[in-house]
Write a protein that binds this ligand. Structure first.
Ligand code: AMP
Length: 176
């Protein structure tokens, strides 16, 4: 497992969704049971026995990796969704994008019990989405024990934005 070539399973799509962006596509990971299994097994190995009390997952690709982990570790799965998707009473957080702003939301009831949470997404770019989610979680009294993403793009300086939160990625890319 240690020398599995995950990079070979991540499709790189230039100029998507707009010119100048290199998009790291994990649909090609999902199409390979071996690659998807490698990712989920790595998460299970890292987080079993760590005292994590719940998994918070970012809409939508984060759900794909967080759900099998939550099932395997028998932990609650908390969804961090884009605006307007959750039917119950929500708490929300606005954050800056390159152009404009975006909003993430969680069900207030899901955060009523303070928990030690793992926060999961497929990829960390600027870290803006994860920072907003982490702030919302921490303001509700829970803690973010670590952020996990399959892919990290550290050249976009997410470490600065996520200052003070431990981050773990399976693969990093350092620019084009
Ligand atoms: P950010 O808030 O900048 O860290 O953006 C993170 C979200 O946008 C993640 O949920 C990713 O799925 C998506 N994303 C941003 N940049 C890329 C990229 N270059 N390739 C694939 N997904 C990306």
């Amino acid at each position: 497992m240690a020398d599995f070539d995950l990079d070979a399973h991540i499709r790189k799509v230039p100029d998507f969704p707009k010119p100048g962006i290199l998009f790291y596509d994990i649909t090609s990971v999902l199409m390979s049971p071996e690659a998807f299994g490698y990712c989920v097994d790595a998460m299970i190995e890292r987080y079993r026995g760590r005292g994590i009390e719940g998994i918070a997952a970012i809409d939508a690709r984060g759900f794909l990796f967080a759900a099998p982990l939550a099932r395997e570790l028998k932990l609650p799965l908390l969804l961090v969704r884009k605006k307007g998707k959750l039917p119950g009473e929500t708490i929300s957080r606005e954050f800056e994008l390159e152009y404009g702003t975006d909003v993430v939301e969680m069900h207030r009831a899901d955060l009523a019990t303070p928990r030690r949470l793992l926060l999961v997404d497929d990829l960390i770019a600027t870290g803006g989405t994860l920072r907003a989610a982490a702030d919302m979680i921490r303001e509700s009294g829970s803690t973010v024990e670590e952020i996990f993403a399959v892919i990290g793009l550290p050249f976009l300086n997410y470490a600065g934005l996520l200052d003070g939160i431990d981050i773990h990625t399976l693969i990093e890319y350092h620019g084009e």
